[in-house]
Design a protein around this ligand. Structure first.
Ligand SMILES: *Cc1c(COP(=O)(O)O)cnc(C)c1O
Length: 520
C-alpha cells in the first residue's frame, strides 16, 4: 500500500513566528495622495483599543506553512472525489486563471455601474444562458448557494399564494423521501408543513402516493430530477399536471442538473422554478460549505393579471438588465413584489465567472457531452461493481443510472458487521477519497458514488478494484476492516467526538481561552 499524504506535524499558524517578525511592509501613503484624500477618521465606535491579534511571520514561513498543509490534504487535483450529490467536478484551470485576473478581483461592489460594464455583461449573458439551460424565462444570480436558493424559491411559492389571496389554505409542500435534507428544511423555514411521499420500488416518486396527499392545501412540490438515486423521474410530466391542477408550483432542485444538461430541461418537464448549483454543475471549486452560487430561474407565469404581476417580479435580489437607449448594463433592484434581498450586494461573482467560462468553453454541444460522459462513467462503474458479494444496488438494479449511483453495503454489514463507514475508511487507506455515505436516507448503508465526466477509465477501474478488494477483506478478516485507515495523516477518528462542540474548536480565540482554562 502506498502512503499518499505528507505527514507534517504542522502547528497552527498562530503558534509559528515570533513577536515583531514581518513578511510584508505596507507602503507609506505618498504625500500628494495624503493631501488629496486627507486624514481618514475612523469612527470611535469601531476603533479598537488594542491591535488585532495577528500571527507574526516572515514570508517564507507563511509559504511553507500553507504548502505543508496542502500536502496533508486531498483535493480534486490529487485524485478522484466521487462524492455523490455534491458533484466534485474537476476545476478547469482556465476558469481559475481568468477569474483571478485583478481586473475582476479588485472590483468593489460599491463601484459605479459605468465602471463595471464588462462584469455586468458577463452576468447578463450568464443569466440568459442559465435560463436557457434549465428552460426558464428569467434568472437571478443573487442567491449564494443551492440551499439559499431553495429558501428563496419556497418564499416565492409563498408570495405567489399570498398575492393570489390563498395563503390561508396553501400550507403544504410535498417532498419525496429521497430528497436532500435542505428541501424539507427550506420548506419548513418558509412556514410550510412538509408532506413526505415515499419512493416506489423502481426508485421514482410514487405517483399514487402523491395523488393521495395532493389537495387544495398543496402549495407546491420540490423535486430533483434525476433524483438522489441517480434515477430519472419518468412520471414528471404527469406529476406536474397533478400539482398544477390544484394551483401548486413545481420547484426544481438543480443539484443533479449535470445528469440531464443539454438533453432535457426542467422547464420542459413542467417545473415553474429552478435553482442551479453553480459550484456543482459548472465545475467551480467548493467544499466545507463554499464558495458557491445558486442562481434562481422562473417561468414567466402570470400571478395576478389585474395588477400585472408576473412570477419574475417575485425573484430576490438585483437582476442585470440592458438599457437599449443608454447602451448600458445596469442592476435592477428588487421591486415591490420581490421577496427582497437575501444577502448584501449583487451575487457571489467569482464562482459565477468560472461558470461563465466553463459554459463558454464547452458550448451547447460540449455541455451535452459532459452529461453523456458523466452518465457513461456511472454505468461503467456499476457494471464493474454490481455483482460483487457484500454490495447491493437497491431500487431496480436493472435501470440505468444517470450521473450517480447509490450502492448499499448492507449485505456486508449483515454478514460480517463491516459497514459503509468501514468501506469508506478502506478507500481512504488506499489513497482514494470516500464517496458520500449514509445518504439518501432511504438506502441503508448507502454509498453514493459520482465520478463526474472528467474521471478517467483507469481511475474508475482502480476505484472499483479497491471496493472489490475491501469486500473480500471484509469477509476474510472483518477485524482488519475496523482498523482502517492506517495510511492517512489522521487515522480513524471517533465520529461523535469529532463532531462535538467541545472538541471542534472554531477559532484561535476559543482555543486560547480553552487552553487558559477560561472556557470548557
Ligand atoms: C448539494 C445539494 C443541495 C444543496 O445545495 P448547496 O449548494 O450545497 O447549498 C440541495 N439538494 C441536493 C440534491 C444537493 O445535492
Amino acid at each position: 500500500m502506498v502512503f499518499k499524504q505528507a505527514k507534517w506535524d504542522e502547528p497552527l499558524i498562530y503558534e509559528l513566528g515570533c513577536e515583531g517578525r514581518i513578511g510584508f511592509l505596507v507602503p507609506e501613503v505618498e504625500e500628494d495622495i495624503r493631501r488629496e484624500v486627507g486624514e481618514i477618521q475612523i469612527p470611535d465606535k469601531i476603533r479598537r483599543e488594542n491591535p488585532p491579534e495577528l500571527p507574526e511571520l516572515s514570508e517564507v514561513e507563511v509559504v511553507r506553512h500553507f504548502i505543508r498543509l496542502s500536502q496533508m490534504t486531498y483535493g480534486v487535483d490529487n485524485g478522484p472525489i466521487p462524492l455523490g450529490s455534491c458533484t466534485m467536478k474537476y476545476n478547469p484551470k482556465i476558469s481559475e486563471s481568468i477569474a483571478s485576473d485583478p481586473r475582476i478581483t479588485l472590483l468593489h461592489p460599491l463601484q459605479d455601474e459605468d465602471t463595471v460594464q464588462g462584469l455586468l455583461e458577463i452576468m447578463y449573458l450568464l443569466q440568459k444562458w442559465l435560463a436557457n439551460i434549465v428552460g426558464m424565462d428569467v434568472c437571478t444570480l443573487h442567491p449564494a448557494a443551492g440551499a439559499h436558493s431553495e429558501l428563496a424559491g419556497v418564499l416565492i411559492i409563498r408570495k405567489y399564494h399570498e398575492l393570489k389571496g390563498q395563503l390561508n389554505r396553501k400550507k403544504e409542500i410535498i417532498v419525496p423521501d429521497s430528497a436532500h435534507g435542505t428541501n424539507p428544511a427550506s420548506a419548513a423555514m418558509a412556514g410550510f408543513r412538509v408532506v413526505t411521499v415515499r419512493s416506489a420500488p423502481d426508485g421514482n416518486i410514487d405517483i399514487e402516493a402523491v395523488k393521495a396527499v395532493v389537495s387544495d392545501r398543496t402549495a407546491g412540490l420540490m423535486l430533483t430530477n434525476p433524483n438522489t438515486l441517480g434515477l430519472f423521474e419518468e412520471n414528471i410530466v404527469e406529476l406536474a399536471e397533478i400539482i398544477h391542477e390544484v394551483d401548486g408550483l413545481l420547484y426544481y432542485d438543480g443539484a443533479n442538473l449535470n445528469g440531464i444538461m443539454g438533453y432535457t430541461r426542467p422547464g420542459d418537464m413542467g417545473f415553474d422554478i429552478a435553482h442551479i448549483n453553480i459550484h456543482k454543475t459548472f465545475g467551480s471549486p467548493h467544499g466545507g460549505g463554499g464558495p458557491g452560487a445558486g442562481p434562481l430561474c422562473v417561468k414567466e407565469r402570470i400571478v395576478d393579471p389585474e395588477r400585472n404581476i408576473k412570477l419574475s417580479d417575485l425573484l430576490p435580489g438585483p437582476i442585470v438588465k440592458y438599457d437599449n437607449v443608454r447602451k448600458k448594463y445596469y442592476l435592477k433592484k428588487p421591486g415591490k413584489y420581490s421577496i427582497g434581498w437575501l444577502k448584501s450586494f449583487f451575487a457571489n461573482t467569482i464562482p459565477l465567472i468560472k461558470a461563465f467560462i466553463y459554459i463558454a468553453c464547452l458550448g451547447p454541444q460540449g455541455l451535452k457531452e459532459v452529461t453523456e460522459q458523466a452518465v457513461i462513467n456511472t454505468n461503467y462503474f456499476i457494471k464493474k461493481l454490481k455483482d460483487t458479494k457484500g454490495y447491493s444496488l437497491p431500487y431496480d438494479p436493472e435501470r440505468y443510472r444517470k450521473h450517480e449511483v447509490v450502492f448499499s453495503a448492507k449485505p456486508m454489514t449483515q454478514d460480517v458487521g463491516v459497514t459503509a463507514e468501514d468501506v469508506c475508511k478502506g478507500l481512504l487507506d488506499a489513497g482514494f477519497y470516500a464517496p458520500t455515505m449514509y445518504f439518501p436516507l432511504i438506502v441503508q448503508e448507502a454509498l453514493m458514488i459520482e465520478f463526474t465526466d472528467t474521471e478517467t477509465k483507469e481511475n474508475i477501474d482502480k476505484y472499483a478494484e479497491r471496493m472489490k478488494e475491501i469486500a473480500k477483506i471484509a469477509y476474510e478478516n472483518p477485524e482488519e476492516a475496523k482498523k482502517w485507515p492506517r495510511n492517512t495523516v489522521v487515522t480513524r477518528v471517533d465520529l461523535v467526538k469529532a463532531n462535538h462542540p467541545k472538541t471542534v474548536t472554531p477559532s484561535w480565540r476559543v482555543l486560547k481561552l480553552r487552553k487558559e482554562g477560561k472556557i470548557k
